[in-house]
Design a protein around this ligand. Structure first.
Ligand SMILES: Nc1nc2c(ncn2[C@@H]2O[C@H](COP(=O)(O)OP(=O)(O)OP(=O)(O)O)[C@@H](O)[C@H]2O)c(=O)[nH]1
Ligand SMILES: [Mg+2]
Length: 328
């Protein structure tokens, strides 16, 4: 230890040893290095401290990468799209995910029963769509990680309780989302351009529309919010309108199903390729294999627009349900 260290060194060193968090230790170490006078007698000490600092920085970077990766809110996407089921407390988000998917989240009469997200797969025809049950959206307790989950998702289902002032619930939920610069897709053209705004396809789900008695309420609610809000009234308890909801979810994802057919063989109609709406034959080829994309000569299409095996170019825009034979 060099003998001519200033008193601040020992003071900062004491704090460094007492520091509890990695961030605090890093800050103290940086300070400590700045207190060491630069001359030959302190070369070794400064080199040691710098090594320690860089090791601490590496460790802290690795730790934060792990914790980000392991967060319950980071859900690996699966199927044709990732759909976040969000909304105020007690509206039936968990009940809906339980009714539509293979997941079994806790459903409870008391609010704030869900604390971590639960993903489940919802079959729709020959594809599977991932729904994620989430903790409630409420101004008393805003989870930044929930907002990130929402930002990563392809579609939002905003679940409201039709029997409990749904207008107010819609306003409250939208106020929270707007505060976090998350807007419904239909507002995209009105973008004020200030800050980083994100526009998401969003379906309003009026849950607890258990039977015909609720139809009048649904109608009134729809009129009050205006038809720019896509609305679907359902009941997670009785299953009412859930098939319609599934179709609306699929339609809102902006994807198509396309079936590939090897030349001279029947198409495999059980395993479609799911592509973004507007994708071309060339993009389908690339999805199957990059070599296909390069070597593609032509394609034949059955299905949409009365196509019955017509030859199309690589720029042909595919439609939902098309059967495609790629020629290489
Ligand atoms: N009548 C009726 N009750 C429902 C329906 N869906 C859910 N519920 C009831 O509403 C209550 C709340 O349901 P949950 O699914 O736990 O609601 P949640 O939105 O997940 O609640 P939090 O996780 O606390 O935000 C439970 O008592 C459910 O049985 C429905 O379609 N009709
Ligand atoms: Mg819940």
């Amino acid at each position: 230890m060099p003998t001519n260290l200033p008193p601040e060194y020992f003071e900062v060193d004491r704090r460094y040893r007492a520091a509890e968090s990695p961030a605090e230790r890093i800050a103290c170490l940086e300070e400590l290095i700045s207190t060491v006078p630069k001359h030959k007698g302190t070369d070794k000490l400064r080199a040691d401290l710098r090594r320690k600092l860089s090791r601490l920085r590496e460790e802290s970077k690795a730790a934060s990468a792990i914790s980000r990766h392991e967060s319950a809110f980071r859900i690996e996407r699966a199927g044709a799209g990732q759909v976040a089921v969000v909304g105020p407390p007690n509206t039936g988000k968990s009940a809906l995910v339980a009714a539509l998917t293979n997941a079994d989240p806790e459903v409870s009469p008391s609010p704030f029963s869900t604390w971590t997200p639960t993903p489940g797969m919802m079959p729709f025809g020959d594809v599977q769509i991932q729904l994620i049950d989430t903790p409630p959206l409420h101004s008393d307790f805003v989870q930044p990680e929930l907002m990130d989950l929402i930002r990563r998702s392809d579609l939002l289902l905003l679940v409201l309780d039709l029997q409990a002032d749904p207008i107010r619930q819609l306003e409250d939920a939208m106020a929270l989302l707007t505060e976090h610069r998350i807007f419904p897709l239909w507002l995209q053209n009105d973008d004020p351009g200030a800050g980083r705004a994100m526009f998401k396809p969003l379906l309003v789900i009026a849950n607890k529309a258990d039977d015909e008695d609720s139809d009048e309420l649904t109608e009134l609610f729809g009129q009050l919010i205006g038809n720019q809000w896509p609305l679907c009234a359902v009941s997670a308890s009785t299953g009412r309108n859930l098939e319609h909801l599934k179709a609306q979810v699929f339609a809102s994802l902006g994807v198509i199903r396309v079936y590939s057919k090897p030349p001279g063989r029947e198409p495999d109609l059980t395993a479609p390729f799911v592509l973004k709406r507007g994708s071309t034959v060339e993009e389908l080829a690339g999805r199957i294999h990059q070599d296909f994309r390069h070597n593609l000569v032509a394609a034949r299409v059955w299905g949409s627009s009365d196509f019955d095996g017509q030859m199309v170019s690589r720029a042909y825009v595919l439609q939902d349900g098309d059967v495609v034979e790629l020629r290489i």
